[in-house]
Ligand binder design. Structure first.
Ligand code: F6R
Length: 655
């Protein structure tokens, strides 16, 4: 367990919550509990009935159970399983079905008797579905009820596929999926239009009848919903909150998924920090001041003693003396995040009296110009997340390299590629044989509306994105020779199979780092992207850095994280804020426009269907407004970065 863990610290939590530093340890702990149950039942020659979930969350758990079977002799011969849910309609043999998922990740590798496996059937005719669901409940009952129910939690707060609105008394039934759930699954199905609209799921009541329930959650994208489920009211709007009514439930989460719990976000609300084993260090102080300023709707320098007292910050006031002193400390910290020199100042153009380029560490601040490496998971994350800063780094004369980590082929629609192929076919540039082949591929597309997902087609899609990225680089002034396309192999895994980093990914990252030997790295720290690509890209960087000697350039290298299209850093996390002028915002927009194939993607992203340039502008304008409301100057837009110290970087990354 990490962080404050006294009884007082969990005062806001209505369920027992254990926070692990990483998901791997957490998954191992759950696997140990399941193994203990299975073994104790074996000793009594009884069955152990497991309720199982699918999705990314239980992957580590299943891998550990398989390992225990292979290496520690854990037998599943006395195990009976019931899966929570299945898409509808879907054939069990479809690689995206939950049945296939369970076979691939657990059932094919352990000795659970096939007859003891129950996964809802996505092929039952509609007319008999109600009876089928009733029978599913009946088989759970006749197996003796579920002993140990594993759950993940969806971003809608669903458990199983009990979407918002599902009543507490609900049982196994057919449901319509929430649009957010369908978007989260769209990557696996090759687009939202191919994603099933319905599913068969155990009900809330079915789940609550299990004798023991463990809900697992990993990653910051789950943090807000975990908080709602653990600390919020019991409501059908967040069906996981019904678990608060279960008397043997446990949330097992990693540090990132715990980030919004009161004990981490606003621990001062729990009492004196000292009593929680925490202290008012500068980061905590800043967090409290910014929180208070936003709570009171007042600029930092206008906060009074009364504001602090009434919001439960007496402790901070006592330590610092007065609101005046706390305010100043907080204000300067915030002010010092702002810089127009993201790569540091040019010493030859620095006059005495110029403000220092503060956020940069002194070890690299003397080097000018610097070698800068901007890592972009997909080919457009760089310009979406930090296009203004990228342009500015180039303008300041730094040697800026941009590396696109994956090809981005999966996000090019068949329609967009077919259009490009038609152009080549019709242009007269291709020889007759090639033109004929392209025309027949396009004719097949006309007839079926899709292209085959062959390596060749995927490769062409990647090339389309490459051209878009090169065009964006021209807008930003990055020389074409400094554009790197890594095409990391993990991204090429076939749909439905688990993506994981391999030696090829790490080696490609290592070779790039050694070739550039950057003074500054900007990497996407946006771990919220729906398909986990950003997370794996950051892992690849972490692994590659860990394999390099810290005594060389790595030791002096500064690492900054930017956010992509999905969300912004919270103000208290920001270490560097780069203000943009209106012209720079427009230039960034032009760079994002170069990623033409991604316009289609807007249709799948969020209820508002905003395009990436709109997300990027809204986000950076909103941040500028936040800085202004806190009492700082009024800027058009701000791009924000968080420093990642290598030690922190190596330790904290969620899987
Ligand atoms: C899966 C299921 C869902 C998932 C949830 C989280 O059987 O019932 O409730 O547990 O959608 O999915 P991941 O783990 O992919 O984030």
């Amino acid at each position: 367990m990490t962080g404050p863990s006294t009884a007082a610290s969990s005062r806001f939590e209505h369920v027992p919550v254990s926070v692990f530093p990483g998901s791997a340890e957490a998954a191992r702990a759950v696997a140990r509990d399941i193994a203990a149950l299975i073994r104790s039942r074996q000793a009594e020659t009884r069955t152990a009935v497991l309720g199982l979930a699918t999705g990314s969350t239980p992957l580590g758990l299943y891998a550990e159970l398989v390992r225990m079977h292979r290496e520690d002799g854990l037998s599943f011969a006395n195990v009976v399983t019931f899966n929570l849910d299945e898409y509808y309609p879907i054939q069990p043999s479809n690689p995206r079905s939950y049945r296939s998922f369970m076979q691939a990740h657990l059932f094919d590798h352990v000795d659970v008797p096939p007859a003891a496996i129950h996964v809802p059937d996505g092929t039952v005719p509609l007319a008999s579905l109600e009876a089928y669901c009733h029978d599913y409940e009946e088989s759970i009952r006749s197996a003796g009820g579920i002993d140990f129910q594993i759950l993940g939690i969806g971003r809608t707060g669903h458990i199983g596929f009990n979407e918002p609105g599902s009543p507490r008394r609900s049982r196994t039934r057919m449901v319509t999926l929430d649009s957010l759930t369908r978007r989260d699954a769209a990557g696996d199905f090759g687009g939202e239009e191919n994603t099933p609209r319905q599913a068969v799921t155990m009900g809330v009541r079915t789940i609550l009848e299990a004798r023991r329930v463990v809900l697992m959650a990993w990653g910051q994208h789950k943090a807000d919903i975990v908080r709602a489920a653990a600390e919020g009211p019991v409501t059908p709007q967040v069906t996981a909150s019904f678990l608060q009514e279960h008397d043997n439930v446990h949330f097992i989460i990693d540090r990132a998924a715990a980030g919004s719990l009161t004990r981490y976000r606003t621990p001062w609300l729990l009492g004196a920090l000292g009593d929680l084993g925490l202290e008012w260090d500068p980061a905590m102080t800043r967090r409290a001041i910014l929180w208070l300023s936003q709570l009171r709707g007042k600029a930092v320098l206008k906060l009074t003693d009364d504001d602090y007292n009434e919001a439960g910050l007496q402790d901070l006031l006592r330590i610092q003396g007065s609101a005046y002193d706390v305010n100043l400390a907080g204000f300067y910290q915030l002010q010092h995040t702002i810089t127009g020199w993201p790569g540091g100042r040019d010493p030859s153009r620095t006059k005495p009296g110029d403000a220092p380029a503060r956020p940069l560490r002194s070890s690299s601040s003397g080097v000018f110009p610097k070698r800068v490496l901007v890592l972009s998971p997909h080919p457009d994350d760089d310009v979406i997340g930090m296009g203004g800063t990228l342009c500015r780094l180039v303008e300041h004369g730094h040697e800026v390299h941009v590396a696109h980590q994956v090809s981005g082929a999966n996000a090019v629609s068949d329609e967009a590629l077919a259009r490009a192929l038609r152009f080549v076919g019709d242009s007269g540039l291709a020889d007759p044989a090639a033109a004929g082949r392209l025309q027949s591929i396009c004719a097949a597309h006309d007839a079926t509306g899709s292209l085959p997902a062959t390596p060749e087609i995927q490769n062409w899609k990647g090339l389309v994105r490459r051209q878009e990225a090169l065009a964006a680089a021209r807008v930003c002034g990055v020389p074409q020779g400094r554009m790197h396309f890594l095409d990391l192999p993990f991204y090429r895994a076939s749909p439905g199979s688990r993506r994981q980093l391999g030696d090829g990914d790490r080696e490609a990252m290592r070779a790039l780092l050694e070739a550039v030997r950057p003074h500054l790295i900007f990497a996407a720290g946006d771990l919220d992207d729906p398909h986990g690509t950003h997370r794996l890209c950051l892992h690849a960087l972490r692994d590659a850095m860990a394999g390099l000697p810290a005594s060389g350039w790595v030791g002096a290298c500064e690492l900054w994280l930017y956010r992509g299209a999905w969300s912004e850093w919270s103000t208290d996390e920001i270490d560097m804020a780069v203000p943009l002028s209106p012209q720079e915002v427009l230039r960034r927009r032009r760079a994002i426009f170069c990623h033409e194939t991604q316009k289609d993607m807007a249709l799948f992203l969020g209820d508002d269907r905003r395009e990436f340039w709109q997300r990027s502008e809204d986000r950076s304008r909103r941040l500028a407004e936040t800085y202004n409301a806190l009492g700082l100057a009024e800027y058009e837009a701000i791009e924000a970065f968080k420093r990642y110290a290598p030690e922190e970087f190596l330790r904290d990354l969620p899987l």
